[in-house]
Design a protein around this ligand. Structure first.
Ligand SMILES: [Zn+2]
Ligand SMILES: [Zn+2]
Length: 179
């Protein structure tokens, strides 16, 4: 997934990318606290635009994975919006840089560089997809999760357990503060 600098127009253009199932599976390995299962290849569009030597890269697409809800543990189809906007600059040669420039470059994590006249979209996509993954995916916004007492899925039924009781450790703390 390389683009040649000279192929990118100043008016901007859409680039279609096919993200292979195997490639996605590889980058998702070990990312996040839950498993994201890739069910198919996914085609996405990225917008690139050249401004002099700077390359603007924009995306606004959705990926689909199978995952388990962090609250109720049910398997569901997760939609992950991948929305980003980043600017790539030509990588400065180290010899041209002053020591304070090097320090600044290290601090500025947002800054992205490309080398030569090849723009590597793979690297950007990999980073942005990992950043877009939710830490605790939920099957729906108002998922009620599992009963802390009996483990029933509260989206399916109300089990009738009394979950309103204060944790004994907190009850003890309350007594202390009263005295
Ligand atoms: Zn859920
Ligand atoms: Zn219960």
């Amino acid at each position: 997934m390389y683009l040649k600098l000279t192929e990118i127009s100043e008016d901007g253009q859409n680039v279609d990318q096919l993200l292979k199932r195997s490639w996605l599976t590889e980058i998702l390995k070990g990312a996040g606290s839950v498993e994201f299962k890739v069910v198919s290849d996914q085609s996405v569009a990225i917008r690139v635009q050249r401004m002099g030597l700077d390359i603007l890269v924009n995306s606004n697409f959705k990926l689909e994975f199978d995952s388990n809800c962090a609250a109720c543990l049910t398997k569901f189809r997760l939609q992950v919006p991948v929305v980003f906007s980043t600017t790539l600059r030509p990588k400065p040669k180290q010899a041209d840089m002053l020591p304070q420039d090097l320090e600044l470059a290290a601090e500025d994590l947002v800054e992205q560089f490309y080398e030569g006249d090849n723009i590597d979209l793979t690297k950007i996509l990999r980073e942005q997809i990992i950043l877009a993954l939710p830490m605790y995916p939920r099957c729906k916004e108002d998922c009620r999760g599992l009963c802390s007492a009996c483990g029933a899925n509260l989206n399916e039924r109300e089990c009738g357990c009394n979950r309103g009781e204060i944790d004994p450790r907190w009850a003890a703390l309350k007594t202390v503060t009263k005295n």
